[in-house]
Design a binder for this molecule. Structure first.
Ligand code: PMV
Length: 327
């Protein structure tokens, strides 16, 4: 009863921010993302009757504070399989954990993929996406590669709140340059940040109300491979999400000064005709999305911004990959 899985990080171009149901992690809004090729979580899950409790090792050390969330996700799959056996989970990210680089997305998608395979459950990608959502909303999208849409759904039980692929990575290759503006884990995680925005941001209802229009524009831009129009809606969605978060009480300020300098650098490039736009999640790192021919120029410009610690370039990648070990 052992399996491994690799899932990649994804970044949303039309953001997910806010929940309709916190327990079931049903998002208040749909979202559209791209899956990144070079940022992944490799997770091994071994169910073992000799274990008295679940165990978690993340990036080489035991992480008791994350265990409850992992166990809750495993419980759903154990219930489905009709077993009570505890598991040892060993997971490794090939990129910094918890700093706004979507480690929970790749982490929970890989966890669900490995655990389902280890239990011998034959789940459809849609079902895997629903289980991954229960770990972390954005993880539902990392089950798929390329361009992905997450549906908020209408059902109270979350059964129609899943992700599905929009377009394969090969069908419209883009590059993503990530500017690392700060290392270390962020102060306010996305779960707490969303709850605070829902409860106290005067802009939150407007954010939710406008989402269907942004989703429709992004879907159309992707179908038409229209970079300019995707750039416009993605930057708008990002800034609007941060505007809702900034207006929460207490405020949520995820950016550092260097994040704003990176925004400036991307806007300067685009004004000079370079096909690039930015997006930023619940952390200080800026992700610049560009056509492949602009990748080197964008990476060089961001590396020159004072305070940028590192730049990483990646293409778009595939969805969840799972391998069962032994019988
Ligand atoms: O999956 P969570 O709960 O970590 O939320 C992710 C939220 C954002 O990264 C800020 C936006 C998104 O759509 O990924």
């Amino acid at each position: 009863m052992q399996a491994t899985a690799r899932a990649r990080a994804n970044i949303a171009l039309v953001k997910y921010w806010g929940k309709a149901d916190a327990r079931l992690k049903i998002p208040a809004v749909g979202s559209i993302s791209i899956t990144l090729d070079r940022l992944w979580s490799d997770t091994e899950v071994r169910f073992d009757a000799a274990l008295a409790a679940d165990e978690l090792e993340l990036d080489g050390r035991s992480r008791p504070e994350q265990l409850a969330r992992v166990s809750a996700c495993l419980d759903l799959l154990r219930e489905r399989a009709g077993v009570g056996t505890r598991a040892r989970v060993v997971s490794r990210n090939n990129f910094p954990t918890g700093a706004g680089l979507a480690s929970s997305a790749s982490g929970f998608a890989a966890l669900v993929g490995a655990a389902a395979a280890a239990l011998g459950l034959e789940l459809s990608p849609r079902e895997l996406s629903i289980y991954a959502r229960r770990g972390s909303g954005s993880a539902a999208r990392s089950v798929f590669g390329g361009y992905v849409e997450m549906h908020a759904g209408r059902e109270a039980d979350g059964s129609d709140s899943y992700a599905e692929p929009l377009l394969a990575a090969e069908d419209w290759p883009l590059e993503v340059v990530i500017a690392i503006a700060a290392r270390g884990e962020k102060d306010v995680g996305s779960g707490e940040g969303m709850a605070r925005s829902e409860q106290s941001s005067p802009y939150y209802p407007a954010w939710v109300a406008a989402q269907p229009e942004d989703l429709a524009r992004a879907r159309a831009a992707i179908a038409a491979r229209d970079f300019e129009s995707l750039a416009e809606v993605a930057e708008h969605s990002c800034l609007k999400m941060h505007a809702a978060a900034l207006a929460a009480r207490p405020p949520l300020i995820y950016w550092k000064g260097v994040t704003l300098d990176c925004i400036e650098a991307v806007r300067t490039l685009r004004a000079a005709g370079v096909p690039v736009f930015f997006t930023i999640d619940a952390g200080p790192q800026l992700k610049a999305v560009c056509l492949p021919e602009a990748g080197e120029r964008v990476a060089a410009a961001l590396a020159e911004v004072p305070g940028v610690l590192e730049v990483m370039t990646t293409g778009l990648g595939p969805g969840l990959e799972t391998r069962r070990i032994g019988g």
